[in-house]
Design a protein around this ligand. Sequence first.
Ligand code: NAD
Ligand code: UDP
Length: 321
Amino acid sequence: MGRKRILVTGGAGFIGSHLCERLLKEGNDVVCMDNLFTGQKDNIRHLMDDPYFEFIRQDILEDVYVECDQIFNLACPASPIHYQYDPIKTGKTSVIGALHTLGLAKRCHARILQASTSEVYGDPEVHPQPETYRGCVNPNGVRSCYDEGKRMAETLFFDYYRQHEVDIKVIRIFNTYGPRMRSDDGRVVSNFIVQALKGEDITIYGNGRQTRSFCYVDDLVEGMVRMMESREGLTGPVNLGNPEEFTMLQLAECIIRLTNSDSKIVYMSLPQDDPLQRKPDISLAKKELDWEPHIALEQGLLKTISYFKENILMDGIGNGY
Ligand code: NAD
Ligand code: UDP
């Protein structure tokens, strides 16, 4: 097949903008749809002159009319402070957004990939988390709008697959970081880097012994593209993430060292329902996609630190720059 028309919802966000870039490099026709809630025009400004790139400023809650061969559905705020800013809207974005994009996939006979999340595992009692683990999620806490919204979206994907034979692909993304994260989005990597560069206190929530596994964005995008191009019938869900696990204290110490910062570590209260541990079992992605991450944490952090050194003061929620 030659040039494909690919819709990327949430394409002006952190991961979406890297994905659009990659798909254009491969010679595709890319339509980026985004309401610029957490995404920014600056993330895609360098793509605007490409005749095969198109940006549509639209909310996924409105009907989507685009002819396309493939859809990557990423529209949804991803950082806790952004998805908790308007939790009802976050739930709607996941659920109605899934319905709209699945309806479009059905009409266009397009293949559709859902950006699901490790949050479907909640605060996991099984470690590391394989796709077969059904999770431990609070249905009515402050993170539920995101976690349960994404779980319901997965349900809709599999119902469209069974009921209408829509060609679905579901990935579960674990903590991803890299250039174009927002400095104000409250996620741990961006927070610690910005604090270290500004010489401010590094804010560890809880005792810092909780763990996460961080994947550099280029590795993730490679996995996303491989999943989209994978054999027919491979629906997933497939975990995509870096299985190297770190405590938040280790992360803080590493960022202080790499930035050569004088910042001190301070301890603050742990947010409600903050998962204690998280690490992907990526056996399925290795077997089916021949995929595994190649960028080690320090290497990825150095690239991210360079980005923040240049861009540290540019963000503001919903400003759409
Ligand atoms: P992001 O906030 O940078 O990107 C989300 C994009 O969706 C933004 O550009 C935002 O403006 C857009 N958006 C939000 N609501 C919308 C709506 N109603 N209509 C249209 N567009 C809307 O976050 P990200 O880290 O790039 O995450 C991208 C996707 O990957 C999300 O679906 C997220 O849930 C998923 N994910 C990310 C991570 C991670 O670690 N970054 C982990 C798991 C899953
Ligand atoms: N965290 C922290 N300090 C911060 C921001 C986050 O210690 O300034 C912790 C947070 O409590 C969580 C981990 O870092 O345990 C990852 O948080 P993030 O919001 O990046 O991702 P998520 O919790 O969604 O995995």
